[in-house]
Design a binder for this molecule. Structure first.
Ligand SMILES: Cc1cc2nc3c(=O)[nH]c(=O)nc-3n(C[C@H](O)[C@H](O)[C@H](O)COP(=O)(O)OP(=O)(O)OC[C@H]3O[C@@H](n4cnc5c(N)ncnc54)[C@H](O)[C@@H]3O)c2cc1C
Length: 399
């Protein structure tokens, strides 16, 4: 019986890869995960997990392992925006969005998935270098520490992120699929909250073309996000990153910005990258399928990347279960079911980008007026309807 189980190679041990592996195993497949890094990563940046992500987490059976970190709501605001004169005002923060997102670190989701991947073979320090499809199987040349070996699988799942190697090998070069957003991000955990703010406060300093966000958490130091708009993406990767960011944010002489930039110098790790969306007319070809950022990266402004990675992996398993003897039908059904959700959130990301980092002075002013208005309207509604104290997601209960 075991010998008859179909084998899938899952490339990438991120949210999409582990979700797909759990889904595949539930569909009766044997997944093998390869991960380029030498070990499983932990920590990471703030992520808001929306209801469909929490539902996918429940579908994957990981909710019991998922640690959430929503700060308790004080009667005033936990989120502040700082204006050009340095005044702080109560603001609508990321967690005030409809759907009551659960506050987690990326590592919290990955740790919960990891708990449910027990028994799945994981090969660290391993990456695919060639993928060749035959009539009944797909032959993969894998590389570990310079040594190469071939192995065949019934399916290859590329869950290796926005700059996916599987996509490059099978579907073509990055430039065919990465769309231009003319923006950069730098995300990292702060060692300490910005002085004079409460430990779990969130802070937003959003100016034309550049913004600093501090995401407060209940039981962890906040994480920071620096994001800015630029037309010369290539140039951003030259020289020292800290110097580059200091120069981009120079003139924003605010204690929040100063604290975040100083903390970056001491941060053990940070993510610095350009922002893109991945747009593909189809996510599978024969026995190779892409999932998560590799297939449809929506980018951080959408706030739906982790949610869609969980959902994509869970749905892939469900489709394979529903079409046990017909891989093509399973992949068709999976893509047909998922694509409207992905398209919708890819489209709204442009608008959300204005909320994260306004495109100019007028957008900055409009953003401020709009958010102020929404905040006042919500403030007048009863707490339960406004997502106030009684409606919040509590820490430790992913909802
Ligand atoms: C700053 C920031 C904030 C975000 N905020 C949110 C949010 O609030 N809400 C939300 O839902 N989403 C958010 N996202 C998006 C979310 O984090 C991603 O969409 C999600 O983590 C993507 O998961 P993934 O598994 O597809 O890819 P990745 O996380 O990129 O994982 C890919 C894995 O594949 C491995 N890999 C890469 N290449 C190879 C190779 N050749 N061989 C083997 N392994 C390889 C990598 O090492 C990695 O482990 C945010 C993203 C960022 C950057």
């Amino acid at each position: 019986m075991t010998a008859m189980r179909k084998r899938a190679l899952v490339v990438g041990l991120g949210i999409a890869g582990m979700s797909a592996a759990i889904g595949l195993r539930r569909a009766g497949w044997t997944p093998v995960i390869v991960e380029r890094a030498p070990e499983r990563r932990t920590g990471g940046y703030f992520i808001g997990l929306f209801p469909s992500g929490r539902q996918a987490a429940a579908d994957l059976g990981i909710v019991g392992h998922l640690h959430t970190r929503n700060p308790d709501r004080a009667t005033g605001a936990n989120s502040w925006s700082v204006d050009r004169r340095g005044r702080r005002r109560p603001a609508l923060g990321f967690l005030d969005q409809p759907g009551e997102p659960a506050a987690v670190l990326r590592g919290d989701i990955e740790a919960a998935l990891w708990e449910s991947t027990t028994g799945v073979e994981v090969r660290f320090g391993t990456t695919p270098v060639e993928i060749t499809e035959g009539p009944d199987e797909v032959q993969v040349l894998l590389e570990k520490a310079g040594a190469r070996y071939g192995e065949s699988f019934d399916l290859v799942v590329g869950a290796d992120g926005m700059r996916s190697s599987v996509r490059r090998i099978v579907f073509g070069p990055d430039q065919d699929y990465l769309t231009k957003w003319n923006a950069m991000i730098c995300a990292f955990p702060l060692k300490e909250q910005v002085p004079s703010y409460e430990a779990s406060d969130s802070i937003i300093v959003a100016r034309a073309k550049r913004a600093v966000w501090v995401f407060g958490l209940a039981d962890h130091a906040p994480t920071a996000l620096l994001t800015y708009r630029t037309t010369d993406i290539q140039e951003q990767f030259s020289g020292s990153r800290v110097q580059r960011l200091r120069s981009v944010f120079s003139g924003m002489d605010d204690p929040v910005v100063r604290h975040v930039l100083d903390s970056l110098e001491e941060a053990p790790d940070h993510l610095f990258d350009s922002v893109h969306q991945v747009r593909m007319p189809r996510w599978s070809q024969g026995r190779v399928v892409l999932v998560g950022d590799a297939a449809w990266c929506m980018n951080l402004y959408s706030g739906m990347g982790a949610t869609s990675s969980l959902r994509g992996g869970a749905a892939l398993g469900a489709a394979l279960r529903e079409h046990p003897g017909d891989l093509a039908a399973a992949l068709d059904a999976w893509e047909t079911g998922l694509r409207p959700f992905i398209t919708k959130h890819q489209r709204t990301a442009r608008l959300k980008q204005q909320m994260f980092v306004p495109s100019g002075r007028r957008a900055e002013a409009l953003r401020s007026v709009l958010l102020g208005l929404v905040r006042r309207i919500r403030g007048r509604r009863p707490a339960t309807a406004a997502g106030g104290p009684r409606a919040r997601v509590r820490s430790g209960a992913p909802g």
